[in-house]
Write a protein that binds this ligand. Structure first.
Ligand code: FES
Length: 199
C-alpha cells in the first residue's frame, strides 16, 4: 500500500463492511440507500419500506402518535410522516426514502386510481423527488400542486402525483392508505420504486 493509502487508513473512522449494520451504513454513505430494499436479508425494520398495516407518525413530532385523517389539515399544507411498524413500534426512519408526504383533499376532487388509494381524502406519496432526490415539501395552495423547490418540478396530488412541469420525468410513487381503528394505515406498498431510478 502506498504511504498515502496507509495514512488514509490510519486516520479513517471507517465502518466495518463485514457486519450487517456496517454494510448498510457504508452503502448509505456511498449514496446507495436503495440497497436496503434490494437485499431483504440485510434490511432492518427501521429501514424497510412501508408495509401493509404500518401506521404513520409526523416527522416533526417528539411523540410519535399515530396520525388520523383529521390530523392532516383539509386543503393543505402537507404533512411529512414516517411509517410506523406496529409489531415492533419501530418508526421506519432508517432511510430517508421512507419519508412520506400526506395531504388531505376533498375526496370528490380526486381522479382515477387516486380515489382508491386515498383514505378519507388523505393521499400519500413518497416525499423524495425522483429527479435528483430532494424533498418534495411544498404545497402551492393557489395552484393546488406539490412542488419540489430544488428545480421546481410540480406534481398533481389529485391524479397520482403526475408530473405537471419541471425536470422530473416520472410521478411520485403513491402509498395507498386505509383507515384502521380511526388511524391512517398503509394499505399497500409504494406503487413504484422510490428515489432516483438509474437509467
Ligand atoms: S430534485 Fe426535485 S426537481 Fe430536481
Amino acid at each position: 500500500m502506498s504511504r498515502a493509502g496507509q495514512e488514509a487508513g490510519r486516520s479513517c473512522k471507517c465502518v466495518d463492511p463485514s457486519t450487517r449494520r456496517g454494510f448498510l451504513t457504508a452503502m448509505s454513505v456511498l449514496g446507495f440507500e436503495l440497497a436496503a430494499d434490494r437485499i431483504p436479508a440485510l434490511a432492518e425494520p427501521a429501514s424497510e419500506r412501508p408495509k401493509e398495516g404500518d401506521f404513520l407518525v409526523a416527522v416533526d413530532s417528539d411523540k410519535p402518535d399515530r396520525l388520523a385523517p383529521n390530523d392532516i389539515p383539509l386543503g393543505g399544507p402537507l404533512l411529512l410522516a414516517w411509517p410506523l411498524d406496529p409489531a415492533t413500534d419501530t418508526v421506519r426512519k432508517g432511510s430517508r426514502l421512507n419519508k412520506v408526504l400526506l395531504l388531505r383533499l376533498d375526496p370528490a376532487t380526486l381522479v382515477g386510481s387516486t380515489i382508491d388509494r386515498a383514505a378519507d381524502g388523505v393521499v400519500a406519496y413518497s416525499a423524495i423527488c425522483p429527479h435528483a432526490g430532494c424533498e418534495v415539501n411544498g404545497w402551492m395552495a393557489d395552484q393546488q400542486v406539490l412542488e419540489c423547490s430544488c428545480h421546481y418540478s410540480h406534481y398533481n396530488p389529485r391524479e397520482g402525483a403526475a408530473v405537471i412541469d419541471g425536470p422530473a420525468t416520472r410521478a411520485l410513487p403513491a402509498l395507498p392508505l386505509k383507515v384502521v381503528e380511526g388511524k391512517l394505515a398503509v394499505a399497500k406498498p409504494f406503487t413504484g420504486r422510490v428515489g432516483i431510478v438509474p437509467t
